[in-house]
Design a protein. Structure first.
Ligand SMILES: C[S@@+](CC[C@H](N)C(=O)[O-])C[C@H]1O[C@@H](n2cnc3c(N)ncnc32)[C@H](O)[C@@H]1O
Length: 253
C-alpha cells in the first residue's frame, strides 16, 4: 500500500512504470508498513479471502500483484499443487523468493514477473485467481478482469481483496483523516520515501463504486459476483465464478 498521488492520473505504460518503480523503492519496508498501518488487520483480511477461495489440494492458483507474497502464502497453507505468484516489480518478487525459502512447501510457489493486464499464460490453466490490494493500481482494471477470466478454468474462482472506499459517508470522513494525514507521515518516516503513502488514499478514492466493479466482473463472464465488506468496509472482497458456459472468455471490447 504506498506511492505518489499524481500516479493515479497517469495512463497505461506510464502509470505502470511509475507503480513498478514505487513498489521497488519501498519493497524492503512493505511488509512492516502493511502490518503497522492496518493494525495487523491485513493478515485477517487475507485469511478470510482465502477461506472464500476454497482452496483444494492438487489445484493450481494464480496470485496477481503478489508483491511480497503474503496472499500466496495463505493459499499455500491449504495444500495446492502450485501457486503462480506474479508481479510487475522485481524487487517485491525478490523478497517473496527469500521468504518462500522458509515456508513449508515453499517450492510450490512459482515467481513470475509480468503484467496482470497481459498475462503470458495459456487459456484455462488455473483453478483460482486472487488479487490482494493490487487491482487498484492497474490502469485498465477491466482488461485485467478479462485476463483473469481467460486463464481461469470454467467454474474457477476469482477472489479480489481491495480497499474500495468506506460506504458510510461519516465513517469515510473520519477514516479519511487518518488516511490522508496520519498514514502518509508514518509511511514516509518508515519507508524513507517522502512521496510514499500519499498515493494510497488517492488510489482508493479513484476506485470505482462497488456496483460498477461488479458490473465489470459480470461483463467479463463471472457469475455469482458479489462484494463482502470487512471491518466496516475499510477492506472489501469481490468474489465471482468463471462462467462454465463457454471455454473462451467473453471480451466485450
Ligand atoms: C499493495 S501491493 C499488494 C501486494 C500483495 N498482494 C499484498 O496482499 O500485500 C500491490 C502490488 O501490485 C503490483 N502491481 C501493480 N500493477 C501491476 C500490474 N499491472 N501487474 C502486476 N502487478 C502489479 C505492485 O508491483 C505491487 O507489488
Amino acid at each position: 500500500m504506498g506511492g505518489r498521488p499524481e500516479l493515479v492520473g497517469l495512463k497505461g505504460e506510464e502509470r505502470k512504470s511509475g507503480v513498478r518503480e514505487m513498489f521497488d523503492r519501498i519493497s524492503g519496508r512493505y511488509d512492516l508498513l502493511n502490518h503497522l498501518l492496518s493494525g495487523g488487520m491485513d493478515v485477517l483480511w487475507r485469511r478470510k479471502a482465502v477461506r472464500l477461495l476454497g482452496v483444494k489440494a492438487g489445484e493450481d492458483y494464480l496470485d496477481l500483484a503478489t508483491g511480497t507474497g503474503d496472499y500466496a502464502r495463505e493459499i499455500l497453507k491449504h495444500g495446492p499443487r502450485q501457486v503462480i505468484a506474479l508481479d510487475l516489480a522485481p524487487k517485491m518478487l525478490e523478497i517473496l523468493s527469500q521468504k518462500a525459502e522458509g515456508w513449508p512447501q515453499g517450492e510450490r510457489v512459482r515467481c513470475l514477473q509480468g503484467d496482470a493486464e497481459q498475462l503470458e499464460l495459456p487459456d484455462a490453466c488455473v483453478d483460482g485467481v486472487t488479487i490482494g490490494f493490487g487491482i487498484r493500481n492497474f490502469p485498465d482494471k477491466e482488461k485485467a478482469l478479462g485476463e483473469c477470466a481467460r486463464v481461469l478454468k470454467p467454474g474457477g474462482r476469482l477472489v479480489i481483496l481491495e480497499l474500495a472506499g468506506i460506504p458510510n459517508p461519516l465513517l469515510n470522513r473520519l477514516f479519511g483523516l487518518y488516511f490522508k494525514h496520519v498514514l502518509p507521515r508514518i509511511g514516509a518516516l518508515i519507508s524513507g520515501d517522502a512521496e510514499a503513502y500519499t498515493y494510497l488514499p488517492h488510489s482508493v478514492e479513484a476506485f470505482p463504486a462497488r456496483d460498477t466493479f461488479l458490473g465489470w466482473m459480470r461483463a467479463r463472464g463471472f457469475t455469482n459476483a458479489r462484494c463482502i465488506d470487512l471491518t466496516l468496509g475499510i477492506s472489501s472482497i469481490f468474489v465471482g465464478t468463471r462462467s462454465a458456459a463457454s471455454a473462451s472468455a467473453p471480451t466485450p471490447d
